[in-house]
Design a protein around this ligand. Sequence first.
Ligand code: SF4
Length: 406
Amino acid sequence: MTKRRHTSQFMLGNVGVGSEHPVTVQSMTTTKTRDTEKTLEQIYEIASNGADIVRVTCNEIEAAESLVKICARSPVPVVADIHFQYKLALAAIEAGVQGLRLNPGNIRNEKQIKEVAKECLNADIPIRIGVNAGSLDKDILEKYGDATPEALVESALLETRYLQDVNFNNIKISVKHSNVPSMIDSYRLLAEKVEYPLHLGVTEAGPLPGGLIKSIAGISTLLSEGIGDTIRLSLTTDPIEEAKYGRQLLEYLNLRERKSLDLIACPSCGRAEVDVIQVASEAQEALEKEGFPIQVAVMGCVVNGPGEARSADLGIAAGKGRGHLFIKGQVVKVVKENDMVEALVKEGRLLAKEGIEARLAAADKNAANIAAQDAKELIDSQGDINDFVKKTKSVIEISTNTDIEN
Ligand code: SF4
């Protein structure tokens, strides 16, 4: 991972945005904003699934009115999403939102944009300039002939200048595109030109699994280059999923502390002693319910299982009719095959209560010997995979040795 790109900073409610703060997750409600209770209910669900910031459409005066109560009761900062009508931006500021998102493609009047910026300055709330390839400023689209990265960046810079003209600098920018390479190029280009924080997303990514793959490809590429300060996975699914996947992505990239389960599992192969796919999915369901913020491994056999997953906090490797429960690669208990998932849950609870050292000290002394015996039997019957690796290397070396005459 490249060091995070330096940016300016600001506060969005109680959430810090910019390179001195953690990368944060955003999602957007799908309820009618005028329905205060339903919108708040969804905001609570989105927030409890990992979103740090929530965006809410402000598309009518009833929505702006509802925002008064929503902002007062929301557990996370609320950003009002504004299209076409700048007066709704002014109403949303009055209602108490913690941030605004303006689309330069459909609020194009310089005077109106500056009026909104001045009000945001007075209220001390930031603005995201949300450029979108699908709704690009039509003059810029005409000039470039297509929604190219240069066109998206020009639109963002034009809007930035309007805001700077009235001394407004609490700016975040997004240049979203539905085409992943174009999205990546747009953000790279923008990152060279401004010091403002950037909000990442692949727009209109679509339903799962394609939408998720596109979003992860675009967002992860940029985050690994140090670009990006807030993210949203724009998926055609429940926003709770958006929040959950967004948070998990940041945890997997070590950009946020782990709060959720990280279940790793071997892909299974001909050596597997159990149906790894089924055991892994049962384990995922049972452990997610418990809310353990740990890494758990499910391995299909005992030959390489515990060793390969030694970094996991907890894991199980299937032996012949039984499972080897291990903590940090050390086998602590042997259980019946049918009890593997239950054993993971029980040990997970004890780990959460007592900690790793205490659970290693409480290990069944005989477990390691039984595990070693199972592994030996498996190697005797199936062969040592590590020997195969060595032999394969030798075969490759021999076959690529240029000294050997053809
Ligand atoms: S852990 Fe065992 S079953 Fe799973 S992929 Fe590796 S060798 Fe195959």
